[in-house]
Design a binder for this molecule. Sequence first.
Ligand SMILES: [Zn+2]
Length: 373
Amino acid sequence: MSKILEKRKLCIGLVRRLTDEVGSFTVQDIIFETGLPRSTVQDWVRRLLEEQQIDLVESASGRKPARYAFRLKPSLPYSACKRIFTTIDTAREIGEIYHNCSSEGAVMFCAFTHKKAEGVITSTRYEGLMLREKFRLGSTLQKKIDKPTGSSVVVERVDLCGDKVVQTLKAFGGPAHSLTETMKNAKGVLRVELEDKGSYTEGRIFTDPLEHLTIGIDDTDTEDAGATWALSLSLLDHLGESAEKISHKVVMLNPNIKYKTAGNAASFLEIAIDPTKYDEIINKSINFLRTTTLSENTAVTVLHGLKIPNELKKFANNVRAKEVKSSDALKTAKKCGIDVFEVTGKMGIIGAVASLAFFESNSEVLMDASASL
Ligand SMILES: [Zn+2]
C-alpha cells in the first residue's frame, strides 16, 4: 500500500473510532492522537468533508473549536434488493416477477405474504436468493384492498402501461420499508412512485417488459471429455449484459439408452431478454457452442414464454421412459412453437427439446429420471 493510502486509512480509522467513542472530534483531538502538524490535519479534515466521509456537526464559536463526526451512513445507498425485473407472456396475459435480494429472510417473507394476500400473484417460489412470482396481467380483485387481508404486503395488480410494466403494491407497517427505501435501488427498476395513504403505503414499481426464454442444450461432450452442464454455464456467462440471467439447471434424462455419454443429463438456461434482441442473442449462443462443443451432435432449442405445453410434457415423459427418435422431437417442437437449431448435429435435439419441459420443476423432479411431469 502506498504511504498516502496508508495514512488515509489510518485517518479514517481514527475519526471513526473517535466518533464511536465520544460522538464527535476536533482537529486538536487528531493532532493529540497522531502528533502530526496542524496544517496536515486541517488538510485531512478538509478533504474528508469534501468526500462526505465526515460531517461538520458544530461550527467553531469563540474559543470552542469546530466539531466533526464520521458519517455512519455510507454515501452510496446500500440496497437489500439487488435486481428486480419482469417478463411478460403477452399471448397468455401472464408474467413473472424476479426479485434478486441479498436477504433470504426477505425472499421467504415476500414469497409467503404475497401468495397469502388476495392479489394478482398466482404462484411464488424461490431459488436461492431469487424470488419468482407468476402473475396475471391486470387486476383480478373484486374490491380494492384498503386494509390488511392478513398480509402486510399485497401485489394488488400488475399492468402493462405503454412499454413499461407497473406493479402496484400496498404495504402496511415495517414491510413498507422495501417500497420506500430499498426496491428503488435495485438494478432493473426504472422508478418507484410512492403515495402515503395514512395506514399504508402504495407503491408503483416500473420495469421493462422482457421475454422469458428457456434454452435447452444437449450433447456437447464425448465419452472422455467435456460436460454439457459446464459448457451451458459458460454460455450463460458469455451472454453477459445482453440478457438477464434467471437460472442454469441440469435435468436427468433416460439413463438406459445406448447413445448417451456419462449419465445422460441435458442442461437448460432461463434468461429474460428484450424481444427485439432475440436473433442477436441466439446467433451469439449458437456461435459460442459451435466453437466450444466437443460433439458432432450438439443441438439448441428455445421455448418462448411461461407456459409449458402439455404436448411437450408428454414428450419429456417419453424421453425419460424409452428411446425416442429425433424426428419425434422435431414434431413436438413444431407443435409447441419451439425453435430448434442443429449446432453440429441432430442427436442432441431430443434432450434439448425434452429439457425445456422442466423449467418449473423442483430438484426432486429434475434429478430423478423416473419422475414424470
Ligand atoms: Zn429485496
